[in-house]
Design a protein around this ligand. Structure first.
Ligand SMILES: Cc1ncc(C[n+]2csc(CCOP(=O)(O)OP(=O)(O)OP(=O)(O)O)c2C)c(N)n1
Ligand SMILES: [Mg+2]
Length: 214
């Protein structure tokens, strides 16, 4: 059982794609607007035996803030076909509770006390585009074009929803934008983490593939 005191964050419904050279022109043609350009460092943490990531739980520091992503339903994976769905937490106390629950240990006063180890760190340059809500939907669709400092680029179409009931329609909206952009792939497209681990941490990468997390 998840702790009743844990305040749940939004659910991120997302689909990755391989960005071609025309993708920005296509986005603008379809009505998206460039919102901003950001550069940030993500550092990811786990136990030495990778218990968080093997459970599909992703803890990172993005610049000065802690963030946690994990599947909305216990015992399932966040990967759903070629799309993903993850709950996001950004409050450090909630993150500490959820991480200690995952590790089956008493909740400490601070995340630092868990003595987790950094296993990946990279800088991303992100160009963020936004579609206003379309066709009567209340959701805004965001498209991120990311380039990581290990010379890797990936695109993501994303919708944030508040409840599990909204996930199905969000998945359809994300898929529709991918179709219109001409980037709908049947199989999951590798992201920055999967590519980083494949290059830098082959053993961790292999364990995640074998556990069907990646
Ligand atoms: C296609 C795919 N993506 C992610 C996962 C699981 N996973 C691996 S690393 C990871 C955490 C990083 O998530 P991701 O969206 O890939 O990174 P980023 O775009 O920088 O974060 P955002 O700004 O969107 O919050 C997850 C959930 C998976 N199994 N398959
Ligand atoms: Mg993402």
């Amino acid at each position: 059982m998840q702790s009743p005191t844990l305040s749940s964050g939004p659910i991120e419904v997302e689909r990755k794609f391989v960005p071609g050279p025309q993708v920005e022109d296509e986005l603008l043609r379809l009505g998206a607007k460039l919102q901003n350009e950001l550069t940030f460092r993500d550092s990811y943490y786990d136990t030495p035996d990778c218990r968080l990531t093997l459970g599909d739980v992703w803890l990172r520091r993005r610049e000065d803030s802690w963030e946690l992503k994990y599947p909305p339903q216990r015992g399932t994976r966040g990967l759903n076909g070629a799309s993903t769905q993850y709950l996001e937490l950004s409050c450090e106390a909630d993150i500490t509770r959820r991480v200690s629950e995952e590790l089956n240990i008493p909740c400490p006063h601070s995340l630092d006390l868990l003595q987790l180890q950094e296993f990946a760190s990279f800088v991303t340059r992100r160009r963020r585009f936004e579609f206003p809500p379309r066709n009567g939907s209340k959701h805004k669709v965001v498209v991120d074009l990311d380039t990581a400092d290990f010379d890797f680029s990936v695109g993501e179409v994303e919708v944030l929803v508040k409840t599990q009931e909204e996930v199905k329609s969000a998945l359809m909206e994300v898929e529709e934008i991918c179709k219109q952009l001409g980037v709908l792939s049947d199989s999951p497209v590798p992201g920055k983490m999967s590519t980083f681990l494949k290059i830098n941490r082959a053993d961790h990468y292999k364990q995640l593939l074998e556990a069907h997390v990646l």
